[in-house]
Design a protein around this ligand. Sequence first.
Ligand code: ZN
Length: 154
Amino acid sequence: MSLEDMYQEIILDHYRKPLNRAPSLDDEAVAVHHSNPLCGDEMGLRLRVVDDAVDAVVFDGEGCSISQAAASAMTDAVIGRDLKDALDLTEDFRRMMHGDEPTRADDLKDGIAFQGVAKFPVRVKCALLGWMALKDAIETYERGASAHTVTHEE
Ligand code: ZN
């Protein structure tokens, strides 16, 4: 099995059996909604912060397999991390989706499987949707706000 096939399997697995997919979260700190009109992806994300760390994050929504699978892998990679660390990891993923080698490949966990998506510019926003929603949720939390909606236009 090639690395590409293996990554494909990981992506399909997250799509079929997403982690932390739920419409609500007890004691949530922030709820954000992001959409990607280019593809029709919708993503609601809820974040709970304890001691300046990601205590829990859940997502729901409708969208292509890449957007849903990437969000699932993201939740697994960031739960338990300090907010600052989660933002740093988000930046590593974002750079990877723009063609750079990730510097925190191990920390990205299954997120690394999306590296090949960088070759398909129209899908990059799909892979980034959950991560950008997380970044927004953390920044919204840090501003002391509680809800936010963003539409990613071209
Ligand atoms: Zn999409």
